[in-house]
Design a protein around this ligand. Structure first.
Ligand code: ATP
Length: 238
């Protein structure tokens, strides 16, 4: 379970997150939505431990700053970070050692196969395309067998096969009881994934919506009705 409690973050005079609170239960997929500048990245970076903030974040009931919480938490950032001197294969080894996880040859091969990285294993971090880096970043997160995973715009830069695979992986994680939070603007990509969505604007959570409690489940309609952002009519018949 992921709990965000009274999270407040100011940059100088800008109140980027104002008393933000939400919970993603075990085995559920939460989606964080909001227009540009709503405060999503601020919340994501706070959960991931990259920003100082007021309030609390709990991962499986533990304060997110504790080692216990960090061990069961994985984060896929919007912009993948690669170690230039490590090969793809060494990235997996490095992360598994850092987390004290033993991972078999078969598991690594299967994961690389699913993300079409099998023939990229010996490439260095700085020899990869952006999409390949994103895939390595996702693999590094998955091998830690997280109980809670946070993905920031995970589909950006991925090819259609990788998007399909990532969606399947996310649903597998959910079926294993993992808690998932995704921040995205790509509503179409998460429409078959989400269980609960949190809509933010101007640093506030405008509403929390559980799919099972809604009469209709159209995420796009929900987003536009909550944010008041108009759906732009198609021009010239396009
Ligand atoms: P986007 O969808 O465009 O990525 P967002 O919802 O992630 O937007 P944030 O990046 O969290 O929004 O920004 C929230 C507010 O905080 C904005 O007003 C932004 O200008 C401000 N902000 C973000 N980062 C900083 C920073 N490092 N210093 C000062 N202000 C910042």
């Amino acid at each position: 379970m992921l709990e965000v409690i009274h999270l407040t973050k100011k940059y100088g005079k800008t109140l980027a997150a104002d008393d933000v609170g939400f919970t993603v239960p075990d085995g559920k997929i939460g989606i964080l939505l909001g227009p540009n500048g709503a405060g999503k990245s601020t919340v994501i970076k706070s959960i991931a431990g990259l920003l100082r903030f007021k309030g609390a974040v709990r991962i499986q009931g533990q304060d997110s700053r504790t080692m216990e919480a960090k061990k069961c938490f994985a984060y896929v950032p919007e912009l993948p970070y690669m170690y230039e001197a490590l090969t793809v294969r060494e990235h997996i080894e490095f992360i598994s050692r850092a987390y004290g996880i033993s991972i078999s040859e078969e598991e690594v091969s299967a994961l690389f196969g699913r993300f079409e990285l099998s023939d990229k294993q010996e490439k260095l971090g700085n020899e990869l395309s952006k999409g390949m880096m994103q895939k390595v970043s996702i693999c590094c997160a998955l091998i830690t067998r997280p109980k809670v995973i946070l993905l920031d715009e995970p589909m950006v830069g991925l090819d259609p096969a990788a998007i399909k695979e990532l969606k399947a992986q996310i649903l597998e994680l959910k079926s294993q009881g993992c808690t998932v939070l995704i921040s995205t603007h790509m509503l179409e990509m998460v429409k078959e994934l989400w269980d609960v969505t949190f809509v933010m604007d101007k640093g506030h959570i405008l509403g929390t919506y559980a799919k099972e409690a809604l009469a209709h489940e159209d995420l796009e309609e929900l987003y536009f009705s909550v944010t008041g952002q108009a759906e732009r009519p198609a021009q010239n018949g396009r």
